[in-house]
Design a protein around this ligand. Structure first.
Ligand code: ADP
Ligand code: MG
Length: 244
């Protein structure tokens, strides 16, 4: 960062999505700075996952452009976008060890074996799963599985991490500790992170910037403090202020 200007990490220009006649994302403009932790929050069905999947390249945009690190990526495959996504369902391979789950994507990308080992070691140390490398997913707790899923994103050294409700399958206590872990990861790695949740507490505690979505539109974007103290309308006030 020179002259006080942050670099742009992800830029959405009038991004739209329709499934047939059903419009689910209505034209979203958004600029995310490098290193920012941005949370998309909103009720179920408001388009959070669809928006995240369009940034990832897992869904085509119906209209608009997606830019990552100054590159137009709208027509690129997920593997070409410099992103890694962590899913709610973990999506681990049950028949593979944790080590192989972590290494799999890198092997597919023909990364050098020594480099794979180095990255798997580094990611396991950061996530404190070194002692679990020879286990299979079925022998892990929910929290441990979620760490492996995050590890699989880390080893790819993405520019941008995308999380889709990564903690919603965990019990309340574990959700709190994993939330703290994810905040620590963001401090240690410094990457841009985009995090989808319908949980107001997660949004308020993790975000540098919160984007409140409703019916495929941005109702308000701002710091947690701005959103909390100066909600744009009654929907935002009700959503952020409502009890969990
Ligand atoms: P959220 O993640 O906020 O719960 P989604 O992005 O999953 O919301 O969905 C937004 C809207 O798009 C919903 O109305 C959902 O039913 C619809 N939708 C999502 N995926 C598809 C699909 N593949 N085909 C048709 N409609 C879909
Ligand atoms: Mg969703």
């Amino acid at each position: 960062m020179t002259n006080g200007m942050a670099n742009k990490s992800v830029v959405l220009q009038d991004v739209r999505k329709s499934y047939g006649n059903l419009k689910v994302v209505h034209g979203i403009d958004l600029t995310i700075e490098e290193g920012e932790f941005v949370v998309f929050v909103g009720p179920s069905g408001c388009g959070k996952s669809t928006l995240l999947r369009m940034i990832a390249g897992l869904e085509d945009v119906t209209d608009g452009e997606v830019e990552i690190k100054g590159r137009m990526v709208t027509d690129l495959d997920p593997s070409e976008r410099g992103i890694a996504m962590v899913f709610q369902s973990y999506a681990l391979y049950p028949h593979m060890s944790v080590r192989d789950n972590l290494a799999f994507g890198l092997r597919m990308a023909r990364t050098d074996a020594t480099e794979i080992e180095t990255r798997v070691k580094a990611a396991s140390a950061i996530l404190k799963i070194d002692h679990l490398l020879d286990r299979r997913p079925g022998q892990l707790s929910g929290g441990q599985r979620q760490r492996v899923a995050i590890g699989r994103a880390i080893v790819r050294k993405p520019d941008v991490f995308l999380f889709d409700e990564p903690l919603s399958n965990l019990d309340a206590e574990l959700r709190v500790s994993m939330r703290i872990e994810i905040a620590r990861l963001h401090r240690e790695l410094g990457n841009t992170m985009i995090y989808v949740t319908h949980d107001q507490t997660e949004a308020m505690t993790l975000a540098d910037k919160i984007v409140v979505l409703r019916d495929g539109r941005v109702e308000q974007a701002g710091t947690p403090r701005q959103i909390y103290e100066d909600p744009a309308n009654t929907f935002v006030a009700g959503f952020i202020g409502s009890p969990r």
